[in-house]
Design a protein around this ligand. Structure first.
Ligand SMILES: [Zn+2]
Ligand SMILES: [Zn+2]
Length: 255
């Protein structure tokens, strides 16, 4: 069986970049972590940033694109995303920036099927992805104000799902953020709470997924422990693996 390997190099409001291996391919989702940090995290596990085959961008917020220039200088691959992602990464050669359509299977590399789907988040168009190679599938959704049946359907059957577990609602309501910002985060165009993430994990478990990476954890309105505990509380009797993505990391996870 093909192994899936993941190095969550960075996840959270300070910057996002997650490295994935599926079948023979090496992929990067988002360009919000600087080139050196990615290079060092990958080289610790004998991976080379220059060998990445394709880069995918979920949306144009700076925590997902701010290192686009430095990363693209050290890779030759194509960079994929929706049309609104292309403006914040316009410093990259136009020939390397490819707009994907949502909701269709796209064979980007031989045998690798990618699907991009819309995710409700803020006023920028945001997308999640699935990556399928032979019998293995990775699902990816962060920066998602509200989960819906369509997204769950897209993620269903994944071996591994990387899913946002952004905030503890009580911590957000009693934290330092002004009310307007709290309301934005709590809205259906904000970020996914620990509780909503936990409910989604249970649904995806029932559809066959056993491995979950909890991602994009807020540094101000959450802790890794609260995120883990919220999901663990609903899943402790299930045969499931949970991993909490650190804001900066170099773990190699294999599935
Ligand atoms: Zn965002
Ligand atoms: Zn974000």
């Amino acid at each position: 069986m093909n192994e899936i390997s993941i190095i969550p190099v960075g996840s959270g409001s300070t910057g996002n970049s997650i490295y994935l291996e599926i079948g023979p391919y090496r992929l990067l989702v988002d360009m919000g972590i600087g080139y050196r940090k990615i290079r060092d995290a990958l080289s610790l596990h004998e991976r080379n940033i220059e060998e990445i085959d394709a880069i995918f961008v979920t949306h144009g917020h700076s925590d997902h694109v701010k290192a686009a220039a430095s990363i693209s200088n050290h890779t030759k691959c194509l960079i994929y995303g929706n049309e609104t992602v292309m403006y914040p990464i316009r410093m990259i050669d136009e020939k390397r920036r490819i707009i994907l359509n949502t909701d269709c299977d796209i064979d980007i590399l031989s045998g690798l099927t990618v699907r991009m789907f819309s995710v409700p988040h803020d006023y920028v168009r945001t997308c999640g992805f699935t990556f399928t190679y032979e019998d293995r599938k990775i699902g990816f959704v962060t920066d998602c104000g509200k989960m819906n049946d369509k997204i769950i359907e897209e993620l269903s059957g994944s071996d591994v799902v990387i899913i946002e577990c952004n905030h503890d609602i009580e911590m957000l309501k009693h934290g330092p953020y002004p009310i307007f910002l709290q309301d934005r985060i709590l809205s259906k165009y904000g970020h996914l709470s620990n509780d909503d993430c936990a409910d989604t994990v249970v649904k995806l478990y029932e559809m066959g997924t056993r491995n979950f990476l909890l991602a994009h954890i807020s540094q101000n309105n959450n802790t890794p422990e609260l995120a883990f505990n919220a999901v663990h509380e609903l899943t402790k009797d299930l045969d499931i693996s949970l991993y909490v993505c650190p804001s900066e990391g170099d773990d190699l996870l294999s599935y």
